[in-house]
Design a protein around this ligand. Structure first.
Ligand code: ZN
Length: 176
């Protein structure tokens, strides 16, 4: 400010053009220090609104993609653990997938189902559904699928993105 006062003061009785404009500029800046005008406030709100409008959908899509990947990885891990259980116990293990929850009273969209026993099951995250249920695998004590069955489970999210869990006859579980 002291510099401004110095420049704003007429020098030897004449205004330098440069100093004149500088003074004008600085005085304008001082005026705005009193607060925000309504227009400035509206512009700020508008810009903020645009920033939020553009970033929220991007953030949601980020969440959708991550939920899909997370659901797929969880499912493949559950299948691998089930296969290892079959090999460790010598008892065949079956996984069932479904578009409606099972058993009654549970929200499970896929579950372990051996005989009449349903010892475990899992939900899918919000917005994640089955696109394709190509196999309800049974792993035998060798870790292979019963009858050499092979097939894929495809998950999708609300944006139509898809992830695939491939189950091979060898019992290998691949995520694509
Ligand atoms: Zn079942």
């Amino acid at each position: 400010m002291s510099q401004v006062t110095f420049h704003a003061r007429p020098h030897a009785g004449v205004w330098h053009v440069h100093c004149f404009f500088l003074r004008d500029f600085v005085m304008n800046a001082e005026r705005t220090n009193r607060g925000f005008s309504l227009v400035e406030m509206l512009v700020t709100v508008l810009v903020l609104g645009m920033v939020i409008a553009f970033s929220v959908p991007a953030f949601q899509s980020f969440g959708n993609t991550h939920r899909l990947h997370g659901a797929t990885l969880n499912m493949s891990e559950n299948l691998r653990v089930l296969r290892e259980k079959a090999m460790a116990t010598g008892q065949s293990q079956t996984m069932h997938f479904g578009t409606t929850p099972y058993p009654p009273g549970k929200t499970w969209l896929y579950h372990v189902h051996n005989g009449i026993s349903v010892p475990a099951g899992w939900d899918l995250p919000r917005g994640i559904t089955f696109q394709t249920i190509g196999i309800n695998p049974t792993f035998d004590k060798t870790g292979r699928t019963q009858g050499g069955a092979t097939g894929m489970i495809v998950l999708r999210n609300r944006r139509g993105e898809r992830d695939t869990v491939n189950i091979l006859a060898s019992g290998m579980i691949l995520v694509q």
